[in-house]
Ligand binder design. Structure first.
Ligand code: G4P
Length: 527
C-alpha cells in the first residue's frame, strides 16, 4: 500500500455537536487525555470565562493572537491519527459551526442524559443530516440522575427525524449507582472506578457478565432484562447504515469522571469513517488517494490583534500529500500561491507543519486572496462544490456614524462577507447600498462592528429588523412573480444575485407555498 493510502486511511476527522453545557469542553479534554495528548485534565485552558461575555472573548482573541474558537486538536490513538475540530464554545452561535461540519467525516452528538435532545443539538443535527454525516451519540453525565435510557433512545428517534439508534453499550445504574457499562454485543462488563475526580485516566476492569452479577447482585438482573428487551426490539448493528448517517451508535458515560470515555474513543477510531471523497463542480469524484494534492478552505479567521493583521485560512486536505512550501493554484481564479508557513493547531498552540494528509486540517497564512469554499490544488486548478450557506436568523442594517465613510463601509462589508463573517442581502431598489446583514448568531454582529472599526476605520451602529427567516426561492417561476406582485413579501438578492424572501414568521411563507404549488423555498443556499 502506498504511504498516501496508509496515511489517509489512518485519519479520523470529527467534531462534537451539542447544546451548551452538555459537556463538550469536558469531553474534548478527556478525549485528549485518553489520546495521550495531555497527561492531566485541566491543562487545556478553560474557556469558561469567555463563554458569556463577548468583551472577554475579544480580549482573549487579542492576547492570544489566534482565535480560541478555531483550534484543531490532533492526537494518536490505536494507531490512528485523530483530528478533532473544535466548534465555537460560546453560548452564542455562528455560521462557523456549520462550516466546520463541512470539513469533518463524522460528528459526535453529545447529550446531557438529564435533558435529552435540546435545541442547539437539533439544529446542528440537521446540518449533519444534510451532508449525510455519520453520527455517534454520547450520553453524558451518567454520574447524575437522568432520563430512562430506553425512553431517551426513543426520544432521539422521534426528535431527530427517525435517526435510528443502536446502543453499543448500556449503562449499569446512574447517579451515585453508576458503575459502568455493558458491551451490548458481547455482554462484557466494564466497571469503572474513580480517577482523582477525572484528572487522570480511570481504572477500568473488564469482567464477564456472570462476575458482574456476583459483585453487583440484583442491579445486574434489571440490566439483563433491558438487554434482552433491546435484543428483541433491535435489528443488530449495521455498519453501512452508520456510514450512511442513518444509524447512530450510542454510548453512555460521564465525561467528568472519565467513565465510558475509553470504550467510546476506541469505537470512534476503529469504526468511524476515514477521509471521504469529494465532488468537483463538474461532478467528478476525487478520492483521498488521488496523487494530486487538493484541499478546500472552510474557515477564515482574521487575527483580532491589530499589530499582526494576519488572517488564517483553515484548509481541509482532500487528496494527495500536502507539503510545506508547495506551490498551489486557487481554483476560483487559477492564481498561484506558495504555502510557505502552514500551521497545525494543538490546543491553541501553533506549530509549523511539514506535511499533511487527507483528513488533516492545516492553517494557512492568507494574504487576502482566499475565500471560504476555495479549492487549492497542487496541479491543475480544480473547484470543489462550494460550502452552502444556511439561512440566517437575524437581520440588521448598519447606520454610519460618519456618512463620508460609505465607501470604506462597502469595501469592509464586501471583504468580511467573503470571509463568511456575515451574509449580505441586497434590496433591488437600492443596488449595493444599505444591504441587510444576515447572521445566525448575534455574536457575529459584535465581531463585525469591532472589525469594521479596527480594520476599516468605520464606526457603525446596528439597527435590528424584525425579520427572522430567509428562504431562497426556487421551482416554478410563477411563485416569484406572485410574491413580487404583492407588497407583503420583501424580496432581496444574495451574494450571487439569487432571489431570497424575508419573513418575520413562517406563516406568510406557508401561505405562499399553498398558493403556488410549483414553488420551492430553501433554507440552504442552492449551489
Ligand atoms: P460545554 O462545553 O458543552 O458548554 O460544557 P462543559 O464541558 O463546560 O460542561 C458544562 C458543565 O457540566 C460544567 O460544570 C462541567 O463540569 C459539567 N459536566 C461536564 N461533564 C459532566 C459529567 O459527566 N457529569 C457531571 N456531573 N457534570 C459534567 P460547571 O459547573 O458549569 O463548571 P465547573 O464548575 O465544573 O467548571
Amino acid at each position: 500500500m502506498s504511504e498516501l493510502t496508509t496515511q489517509a486511511e489512518r485519519r479520523r476527522t470529527f467534531a462534537i455537536i451539542s447544546h451548551p453545557d452538555a459537556g463538550k469542553t469536558t469531553l474534548t479534554e478527556k478525549l485528549l487525555l485518553y489520546g495521550g495528548a495531555i497527561h492531566l485534565a485541566g491543562s487545556v485552558k478553560s474557556r469558561k470565562a469567555s463563554r458569556h461575555a463577548v468583551s472577554d472573548w475579544m480580549e482573549m482573541e487579542k492576547t492570544r493572537g489566534i482565535s480560541i474558537t478555531s483550534s484543531v486538536l490532533q492526537f494518536e490513538h490505536l494507531g490512528r491519527a485523530v483530528n478533532l475540530l473544535d466548534t465555537p464554545g460560546h453560548a452564542d452561535f455562528s455560521e462557523d459551526t456549520y462550516r466546520t461540519l463541512s470539513a469533518v467525516d463524522s460528528a459526535v452528538m453529545l447529550i446531557d442524559h438529564a435533558k435529552g435532545v435540546e435545541g442547539r443539538t437539533l439544529k446542528l443535527f440537521e446540518v449533519c443530516r444534510l451532508r449525510g454525516l455519520p453520527i455517534l451519540t454520547f450520553m453524558n453525565k451518567l454520574d447524575r440522575e437522568g432520563l430512562d435510557p430506553l425512553g431517551l433512545m426513543d426520544e432521539i428517534g422521534e426528535k431527530l427525524g427517525g435517526l435510528r439508534c443502536f446502543p453499543i453499550n448500556w449503562p449499569i445504574g446512574m447517579g451515585r449507582d453508576f458503575k459502568g457499562v455493558v458491551d451490548v454485543r458481547t455482554r462484557e462488563v466494564f466497571l469503572f472506578s474513580n480517577s482523582k475526580h477525572g484528572q487522570e485516566r480511570g481504572v477500568e476492569e473488564r469482567i464477564s457478565f456472570e462476575e458482574a452479577r456476583e459483585r453487583l447482585g440484583s442491579l445486574m438482573d434489571d440490566i439483563e432484562e433491558e438487554l434482552d428487551l433491546l435484543e428483541m426490539a433491535g435489528d443488530g448493528w449495521d455498519q453501512q447504515a452508520f456510514l450512511d448517517g442513518k444509524l447512530s451508535p450510542v454510548f453512555w458515560g460521564s465525561a467528568m469522571t472519565n467513565f465510558g470515555v475509553a470504550p467510546f474513543l476506541d469505537f470512534l477510531v476503529e469504526s468511524a469513517p476515514g477521509p471521504a471523497p469529494r465532488e468537483t463542480r463538474e461532478d467528478e469524484t476525487i478520492t483521498p488517494d488521488s496523487p494530486q494534492f487538493t484541499g478546500f478552505i472552510f474557515k477564515i479567521q482574521a487575527n483580532m490583534n491589530p499589530r499582526h493583521r494576519d488572517r488564517i485560512a483553515f484548509m481541509r486536505v482532500v487528496s494527495g500529500q500536502f507539503e510545506r512550501g508547495m506551490d498551489v493554484k486557487i481554483g476560483r481564479s487559477a492564481e498561484a500561491l506558495r504555502l510557505s508557513k502552514p500551521h497545525s493547531f494543538m490546543a491553541q498552540e501553533r506549530s509549523i507543519v511539514e506535511e499533511a494528509w487527507p483528513g488533516d486540517i492545516v492553517g494557512l497564512y492568507d494574504p487576502g486572496k482566499l475565500r471560504i469554499g476555495d479549492t487549492l490544488s497542487g496541479g491543475e486548478a480544480i473547484q470543489y462544490k462550494g460550502i452552502p450557506r444556511f439561512a440566517p436568523e437575524h437581520f440588521a442594517r448598519l447606520r454610519l456614524k460618519d456618512p463620508l465613510r460609505r465607501k470604506q463601509l462597502a469595501s469592509g462589508l464586501d471583504q468580511l462577507s467573503k470571509e463568511g463573517a456575515i451574509q449580505l442581502f441586497f434590496r433591488p431598489e437600492f443596488g449595493q447600498q444599505d444591504p441587510y446583514l444576515g447572521a445566525v448568531g448575534m455574536l457575529q454582529y459584535e465581531v463585525l462592528i469591532e472589525r469594521l472599526k479596527n480594520e476599516y476605520r468605520v464606526e457603525a451602529i446596528l439597527e435590528m429588523t424584525n425579520f427572522r427567516l430567509a428562504r431562497w426561492i426556487g421551482g416554478d417561476e410563477k411563485g416569484l412573480e406572485w410574491m413580487k406582485s404583492r407588497r407583503d413579501y420583501p424580496i432581496v438578492h444574495d451574494r450571487t444575485g439569487q432571489p431570497v424572501v424575508l419573513a418575520e414568521s413562517p406563516w406568510p411563507l406557508q401561505y405562499a407555498l399553498r398558493e403556488n404549488p410549483g414553488m420551492e423555498l430553501f433554507d440552504v443556499e442552492p449551489l
